[in-house]
Design a protein around this ligand. Structure first.
Ligand SMILES: C[S@@+](CC[C@H](N)C(=O)[O-])C[C@H]1O[C@@H](n2cnc3c(N)ncnc32)[C@H](O)[C@@H]1O
Length: 276
């Protein structure tokens, strides 16, 4: 992939997140925030530290980082989607500087951060190894820490629901959860190797299950249109939306629990490392 293609791919991803920025993480389904909170907990920021949140979205990790480093510390939070960064302004965090910036080649000072955190971002990037190496150069050495989250396996019903989109998708369409089925993001070892190849040491993995529940297929659809999967809905001709929803709805019935709600589980992978 040459530089022009890489730029075009990043711009396409940012455009999707621009489109969903108003509703992203705002539809009443706890998802990005608990995933990011666990990432920050594992990264263990200390008071006074300088932290960088790469691909901050609406601040799921930024808020936890800002609280942990306190007013003696400083958080820089960057995202390529201007509307995500705009929405972050409403968080009112005095120790955070938000900037629109490409995570692939951040224009930030070298060796200026104690901690780089990135929740559910790295698989969107056109060249993850190059981006990880760039992030490493931003960390102090020794002792700088990296903490990233990616998607591990999910339950079979959710797999089947996501598969209903596949016939409509152009080859190579990026979605965070479905591209995890192949390539380096399909295994712990694959992600660890990416991080190690970028020059990090002490690379290790932790996991946590995140369960979401939906009242019905409408609530699932609202959720799935509020984040990166929106790109998939947009790839389906309007006339076929009801068909996809009905197929997904029938599959989701298999996940209905005794409480009457639809239960789906995603395992999240947390990869942690040091700059040297
Ligand atoms: C799934 S969201 C995660 C956002 C946030 N970290 C969270 O946990 O809610 C992915 C984010 O990565 C951002 N992103 C994707 N490609 C990017 C790039 N090349 N540079 C910076 N941000 C990027 C998107 O705009 C989006 O906000």
């Amino acid at each position: 992939m040459d530089l022009t293609e890489r730029g075009a791919r990043s711009a396409r991803v940012a455009a999707v997140f621009d489109r969903v920025a108003d509703v992203y993480d705002q539809v009443g389904i706890p998802w990005f925030t608990p995933i990011a909170q666990e990432l920050v907990r594992l990264a263990a920021p200390a008071r006074g530290e300088r932290a960088l949140d790469v691909g901050c979205g609406r601040g799921a990790a930024t808020v936890a980082l800002a609280a942990a480093v306190g007013n003696d510390g400083q958080v820089t939070a960057v995202d390529l989607s201007p509307r995500m960064i705009e929405a972050c302004g409403a968080l009112g965090l005095p120790n955070v500087e938000f900037q629109v910036m490409d995570a692939s080649s951040p224009s930030l000072p070298p060796a200026a951060y104690d901690l780089v955190v990135s929740s559910l971002v790295v698989f969107f990037l056109p060249d993850p190894p190059a981006a990880l190496a760039a992030w490493r150069s931003l960390l102090v050495t020794p002792g700088g820490r990296l903490a990233i989250s990616t998607f591990a396996h999910r339950d079979p019903v959710w797999d089947a629901v996501d598969a209903t989109f596949r016939p409509y998708l152009p080859a190579g369409m990026l979605d965070a959860r479905t591209t995890g089925a192949a390539g380096p993001f399909s295994t712990d070892a694959g992600v660890e190797e990416l991080v190690r190849a970028a020059g990090f040491t002490g690379v290790r993995t932790a996991h946590a299950d995140v369960e979401v529940t939906f009242a019905d297929v409408d609530e699932w659809q609202t959720f799935s249109r509020s984040h990166g999967q929106r790109a998939m809905w947009d790839a389906i001709p309007e006339a076929d939306h009801d068909t996809v929803k009905a197929t997904a709805g029938a599959l989701l019935e298999q996940a209905r629990g005794a409480d009457g709600r639809l239960h789906l589980t995603q395992q999240v992978r947390y990869t942690l490392a040091e700059s040297a």
